[in-house]
Design a protein around this ligand. Sequence first.
Ligand code: 6PG
Length: 258
Amino acid sequence: MSSTKEYKGIKINISADGKELATHLYNKIQPIVVEKQKSNTPFNIAISGGSLINVLATIFTEHHSELFLNNWNIYFCDERLVALDHADSNYGQFVSNVLSKLKESGINTLPKVYPISEDLSDYEKSAEQYASILPKNEHFDLILLGCGPDGHTCSLFPGNDHKYLLENKNDKAVLHCKDSPKPPSDRITFTLKTLQWSDRLWFVATGAGKKPIFEEIFGLNNSPVNNNLPCAIINNNFGSKVEWFVDTASTESTELAA
Ligand SMILES: O=C(O)[C@H](O)[C@@H](O)[C@H](O)[C@H](O)COP(=O)(O)O
C-alpha cells in the first residue's frame, strides 16, 4: 500500500514499485476527473516525456473506462523538436505507447492531444506556436513532471547556460531550450510562469538512480537543499501545489522513506 508523508512542507507519496505507484496515481487523479466531468468542464493536463509515459500507459490501459478520457485535453510541458513520428518525440511516444494501444483494444473514448507544429523551420516560432494553443483560460488542473538526474524538470535545466529558461526575462509561457544536456539538443519547455497556472504540480520519479539528486532537492542526510535546481525551485515556489510520487528504491535509507 502506498503511503504519504510530508517532508519540509512537501507531500511525498511513496509506493513499493512502479505498478503500485501507477495505481496510487490513478486513485488520486480519478476523483478529479469525475468532478470535471460532472461540472462539464474539460480536464486540462500537461505531461512530461521520459518514464512518465509508461506510467500513463499502465493507468490508461487498466482504467480507461473510469477516466472519461474524452473529456481530457493533453498538452506536453516539454517537447523535443523532432518530427512527430521520431522515436525522441514525446508526442510520438505517447501515440505509440498509449493512444495506439487503446485504439488496438477497440477503445474509442480517447483524449484530445495537442502536439507541436510539424513545421520545425524556426525553433523560436515552435515555442510561440505551442504557447498559442495552450488553454485560453491559462489554467491546468494537473501538470505531471519528471525529475532528471541533474535536477531538471520539463526542459528547465540547471546551470548558467540554461539560466535564461528559469529567468524568462520576456515573460513567455513556452521557451525554446537550446543545447539541451539531455538529447535531443533542441526542445521547447513550459516556463515557471506556465507551471504556476496549474492547480497541481505532481512529480513522478522512480528508481535508485534518483537518490543522489533527491539528496540535493530535499536536503537529505544533512546536505543543504540545492536551491539552484529547477526541481527544488518548484518545491520552494509552489510548495502547496506540489506532490511527489516516488518508489521505495529512490527513497530507502533517507528521510523520505515511508
Ligand atoms: O522530455 C523529457 O526529456 C522530459 O520531459 C524530462 O524532463 C523528463 O521528465 C526527465 O528527464 C525525467 O525522465 P525519466 O523519468 O525518464 O527519468
